[in-house]
Design a protein around this ligand. Sequence first.
Ligand code: AMP
Length: 192
Amino acid sequence: MTRLIFLGPPGAGKGTQAKVLSERCKVPHISTGDILRAAVKAETTLGQKAEGYMSAGELVPDDLMLDLIGERLSSEDTAHGWLLDGFPRNVEQAEFLTALLDEIEQRCDSVINLEVPDDVLVSRMLERGRADDKEDVIRNRLEVYRAQTEPLIAFYQAQGLLRSVDGNQALSNVTDALRAIVDKPDVNATAD
Ligand code: AMP
C-alpha cells in the first residue's frame, strides 16, 4: 500500500514522477491541477469558479479544494493507496488533510519534497507551455509557492514524514530515488 504526498514548486516534476509511480505502485494519481483543468474544460461549476484563479497563478479557494479532496479520498479506488500531487498547497489544506486521514483511518507514508533551483523551474515551465505557463503567471505561481506552500516543508518535517529528493537530475534518476523511498518508506526520513 502506498500513500504519498508530492510537495515541491511548480515545474519540479511532481506530475511526471507521480504518473510513473502510480503505474508502478498501481494506485491512483490524484492531481488537483488535472482535476481543475478538466473541470475548466468541461465548464462545470467548479471549473467556472476556479478558472480565474488558475490563469492568474493564484490558489483556488480552500472551500472548493477541501470538498474536492474529501470526496476523492473517500472513494473506493483510493482506499488502498494514492499519490497526491498538488494538494495540500497551504497550511489550512494540510491540517484538513491530517484530520481527514485520521477520520478515514488512513496514514500517509511519506511526503516527497522535490528540490529544483528556480532558474531550472522557470525554463521547464516555459518549455511546457501550459495555459498558465506565461512568464508573469509563472513568477506569481513561484511567489505563491514560497509564501503558502513552502511552509509545509517544516510542517511535515515536524511530523517526521519529509523525504527530500534532488529533482534536478535525469528523470530516470529521480524515479529511482522515489522508488527507493516507496520500497522503504520509513528509512532515512530527513530528521533535521
Ligand atoms: P498544478 O497543476 O498543480 O500546478 O496546479 C495548477 C493550478 O491549479 C494552480 O496554480 C492553482 O491555481 C490550482 N490548484 C491546483 N491545486 C490546488 C490546490 N491544492 N489548492 C488551490 N489551488 C490549486
